[in-house]
Design a protein around this ligand. Structure first.
Ligand code: AGP
Length: 609
């Protein structure tokens, strides 16, 4: 949440900062600001709303200077106003951008106020800003002041600070919120996500927890949490600078929905073939862990949690191991039992979700056999801190509503099921069937995408609805949950998902003509049961939207719209049935005129709890 960009260069950096913010806008977008040092003075611009508003004022005032910091905000403390927007300044000397939450800000604010510091915002960041200034004015250098401040504050921060009395230096610090340093030639950068810096560099250093770095045009010095100077690895990132472009699409979300066949292909490549799952794909040493696995604990949030829910069905059906799945924000605050031989699996698109990361750290202290993260961002905290990692190769996902990350997570989880299943008695024939089904998945998704126009037309019927109910059974129940999450987050229609068999236990009371009911109905062993559930809903006057296999014996009739989905093998049906639900929520949002890629109140990467 919140995006940070900073630069120390010989050239003017305002445009670099702005482009970085545009690329980070998916992290937060209620206000934006930048500050550059110009002739030993700090010039600051802040605007409420999107980065475009800031860009307009930059175009009017042309701030000049080679050292600067910038920020796009997702409000935690204080409303999205200009006064609360970053950068924050102290005594016109330093400018600070910050991502995270300073938990002891109230105590610190009281102390600083007593000492005469004036607060012009409601933010926790301003406390950090005055604290750093206070240490500077006591004679500490900027690096030392930030190191001391870092020890004084509790909570999470990724922060970058510039000081007009040291105009060629920027100091940055990380604890709990990601920061990456981008290395240029005669210029260096910092950002909360490397995506921001891809137009200017492909060489990155990922800061570790507790690191503080002093960055100048020609040098980067990094100090660890004990204050020792350390070397950190330089990573070359092979990502195209234009991966943040929408291409021919109106929204990132639609682009990302359509990228799914390619992303799934990439995720499968070199890992599975018609002759089965390859060995060693989960990293060196993982094959030795596998025979010891007796239980799998999955922890994740949001869409990634739904992927884990589907995997639970698979682990117990095919891999012969018990599996538990839990929301990270619950898991991290309860006492839990660790089964012998438990593999801890975390799933995350970003690899920076605060709760998932905290759950992993907790698990590592609790005697799990090993930890594996399934993640889409190389170099992210989750990847670096897990014993093993497996990359979903979905490419950068910008739309706040997760789409391609979800389908590639499912594919990755299914490969994990096969890897463990092979050691737990999964018959070779079943492995081959699943492998072959996975190989066909990209073309099945392409077929599912052909329903786009039909779904767009259907979406009209949802535009004036306030509620919707999604129903599924078995491994389609989490898919119904994912469909409901997509609809609510981008169209703001209240949507709930139920396992269809649970209908009679309460939710059926909600059903009337104003409550559309969306049913995911592939032809599988539960189909007859689902037919009965559908009849129960129909008898109560609701309009039904049934996504079903052609031969699932559903027919369009009064109050029932059937949308045919390509018949598919049971095992990959969760991925295939996800597609029409993504398309439905996308089109409903477009018709309602909401901000599809940056829906209100949300941020792509939830780096605070
Ligand atoms: C999905 O559309 C969401 N925006 C959200 O639920 C997301 O999946 C969740 O915040 C977890 O993020 P992660 O996968 O990056 O950990």
């Amino acid at each position: 949440m919140c995006g940070i960009v900073g630069a120390v260069a010989q050239r003017d950096v305002a445009d670099i900062l702005l482009e970085g913010l545009r690329r980070l806008e998916y992290r937060g977008y209620d206000s934006a600001g930048l500050a550059v040092i110009n002739n030993s003075e700090i010039q600051r611009l802040r605007r409420v709303g999107k980065v475009k508003n800031l860009a307009d004022s930059v175009a009017e005032s042309f701030p000049q200077g080679g050292t600067g910091v910038a920020h796009t905000r997702w409000a935690t403390h204080g409303e999205p106003t200009e006064a609360n927007a970053h950068p924050h300044m102290s005594q016109d000397r330093i400018a600070v951008v910050h991502n995270g939450i300073i938990e002891n800000y109230k105590e610190l604010k009281a102390e600083l106020s007593e000492e005469g510091y004036h607060f012009s915002s409601e933010t926790d960041t301003e406390v950090l800003t005055h604290l750093i200034y206070k240490l500077l004015s006591q004679g500490e250098c900027l690096l030392k002041a930030v190191q001391t401040a870092a020890k004084t504050v509790t909570g999470a921060y990724g922060t970058a600070i510039i000081d007009k009395q040291n105009p060629d230096v920027m100091v940055v610090a990380r604890s709990g919120s990601p920061l990456v340093i981008g290395l240029g030639i005669g210029e260096n950068f910092v950002a909360s996500d490397q995506l921001a810096l891809l137009p200017v560099t492909s060489r990155f250093i990922y800061l570790e927890e507790g690191d503080v770095a002093r960055i100048s045009r020609k040098s980067v010095e990094i100090f660890d949490k004990n204050g020792e100077q350390v070397e950190r690895k330089v990573n070359l990132v092979d990502a195209k600078a234009d991966s943040a472009d929408k291409g021919e699409y109106r929204h990132y979300m639609m682009k990302e929905i359509y990228e799914q066949p390619t992303c799934v292909r990439q995720t499968l490549e070199g890992r599975i073939s018609a002759s089965g799952i390859e060995t060693g794909i989960f990293g060196q040493g993982f094959e030795e862990v596998v025979p010891k696995i007796n239980h799998v604990t999955i922890v994740a949030c949001g869409t990634s949690y739904h992927a884990g829910m589907v995997a639970k069905y698979w682990f117990e059906q095919y891999a012969n191991v018990s599996c538990s799945i839990e929301i990270a924000s619950e898991f991290r605050y309860r006492k839990f039992y660790v089964h012998d031989g438990s593999l801890f699996v975390s799933i995350s698109q970003s690899g920076e979700t605060a709760d998932t990361l905290a759950a992993l750290r907790l698990a590592q202290e609790q005697g799990y056999l090993s930890s594996l993260s399934i993640c889409n961002v190389m170099g992210s905290s989750l990847v670096r801190e897990s014993d093993y990692h497996f990359m979903t190769r979905a490419g950068t996902e910008i739309g706040v509503a997760s789409t391609k990350a979800f389908t590639t997570q499912l594919v990755s989880l299914l490969m994990l099921v096969l890897t463990i299943g092979k050691h737990k008695g999964l018959p070779a024939g079943v492995e081959l069937e699943i492998a072959n089904a996975l190989m066909q998945l990209p073309s099945k998704i392409e077929n599912a995408l052909l329903a786009n126009k039909e779904i767009e037309a259907l979406a009209e019927e949802f535009a004036d609805k306030h509620h919707a109910l999604f129903l599924g059974r078995g491994d389609q129940y989490p898919i119904a949950m994912e469909g409901a999450l997509k609809l609510k987050e981008i169209s703001y229609i209240h949507a709930e998902a139920y396992a269809a068999g649970e209908l009679k236990h309460g939710p059926i009371a909600l059903i009337d003509a104003e409550m559309p009911v969306i049913v995911v109905a592939p032809k599988n062993d539960l189909l007859e049961k689902l037919h009965s559930n559908v009849e129960e809903v129909r008898a109560r006057g609701s309009i039904l939207y049934v996504f079903a296999d052609k031969d699932a014996k559903f027919q369009s009739e009064e109050n029932v719209r059937v949308i045919n989905v390509t018949p598919t093998e049971d095992i990959i049906a969760p991925m295939v049935y996800t597609i029409p639900l993504q398309l439905l929520s996308y089109h409903v949002a477009v018709i309602k005129g909401t901000d599809v890629d940056q829906p209100r109140n949300l941020a792509k990467s939830v780096t605070v709890e």
